[in-house]
Design a protein around this ligand. Structure first.
Ligand code: CP
Length: 315
């Protein structure tokens, strides 16, 4: 694999999950693969899990790791071409990217949707510039439209806990005070549609995701109906795609509570974290034995290591 920007690039998802299980059982088996190779992790946005799990994954593979927080200590970057740079931005991304490429063998990029332009966000302008100008393999650590390392970890977590071959998985919108990108739910839908699981998306009207990510999924605006008989509940907030980047609702009746979970088939609860307690999910649910949020986060090392291994094998 050269670049990793979508879960679809893993190809056969069953084989990819088997590869991940091998990595999980043998975390240091490929220590020689990354020797004398450097991973550069570039963050345009905050992170806890991605920052730590990807570093750990690279270290497990014997790589050196460098982390750059673009907004803390680097020169402020201009991203638009044609701009007269007479403001506070000292360096252009078009120089910065090949310079970064000259220091690294593999580059991870985190660059969220900015909600200024749906077109720019959905064309993944920043991520694609890294692919075009760095000269190195690039992997997404959450971009504007997808978070494939998260999705891979989510799928692994479901695989490890499912009690039937074809579980019912419900992704439900839940309220949040701020406008959040659609990357996680887009990517989760993309990944679930690679499986043969019974997949349902529940969201209020006005919150339907981009059809390119949800084609083939059942979509309902009735959360209770969706939750009936669910084996896994994946909660997430996202801002409206149709009314791009807007918060249309903070309806607290969509919070995942014990009462909501009682509608399910004793479902496991999933969330990518960080999560706003008692907005997205009640304390009781996230602290319950059915909550998988910690093993799900732990699986981020496995997903990153499996993907980095695939990239290193093709260097
Ligand atoms: N889930 C996730 O990507 O977490 P961070 O934003 O903390 O990296």
């Amino acid at each position: 694999m050269r670049h990793f920007t979508s879960i679809k690039q893993l190809g056969n998802i069953k084989e990819a999950l088997e590869a991940a299980k091998y990595v999980k059982a043998n975390p240091f088996a490929d220590k020689a693969l990354g020797q004398d190779k450097t991973a550069l992790l570039v963050f345009f946005n905050n992170s806890l899990r991605t920052r730590l799990s990807t570093q750990k994954a690279a270290l497990n593979l014997g790589m050196n790791v460098m982390v750059l927080d673009v907004n803390q200590g680097a020169w402020k970057l201009e991203t638009e071409r044609g701009v007269v740079m007479d403001g506070d931005k000292s360096e252009h991304l078009l120089e910065a990217i090949p310079v970064m490429g000259s220091y690294a063998d593999v580059i991870g990029v985190r660059s969220f949707a900015q909600f200024k332009s749906k077109e720019d966000d959905y064309n993944e302008v920043i991520l694609n510039q890294f692919i075009k100008y760095s000269g190195k393999p690039v992997f997404s650590m959450e971009a504007a439209t997808r978070h494939p390392l998260q999705t891979f970890a989510d799928l692994l977590t479901i695989e490890e806990h499912k009690k039937t071959a074809r579980p019912k998985v419900v992704m439900t919108w839940a309220p949040h005070p701020k406008a959040l990108p659609q990357a996680v739910p887009n990517s989760f839908a993309e990944g679930l549609l690679m499986t043969d699981y019974d997949f349902v998306i529940a969201n209020p009207e006005g919150y339907d995701l981009a059809p390119e990510f949800t084609k083939g999924a059942r979509i309902t605006h009735n959360q209770d109906e969706a939750l009936e008989g669910a084996d896994f509940v994946y909660a997430k907030n996202w801002a409206s795609y149709e009314h791009y980047g807007q918060v249309l609702s903070k309806d607290m009746s969509w919070t995942v509570t014990t009462e909501k979970m009682a509608l399910t088939n004793n479902a496991f609860f999933l969330h990518c974290l960080p999560v706003r307690r008692n907005m997205i999910v009640s304390d009781d649910v996230i602290e319950s034995p059915q909550s998988l949020v910690i093993p799900e986060a732990a699986n981020r090392v496995v997903s990153a290591q499996t993907v980095l291994k695939m990239i290193l094998q093709d260097l």
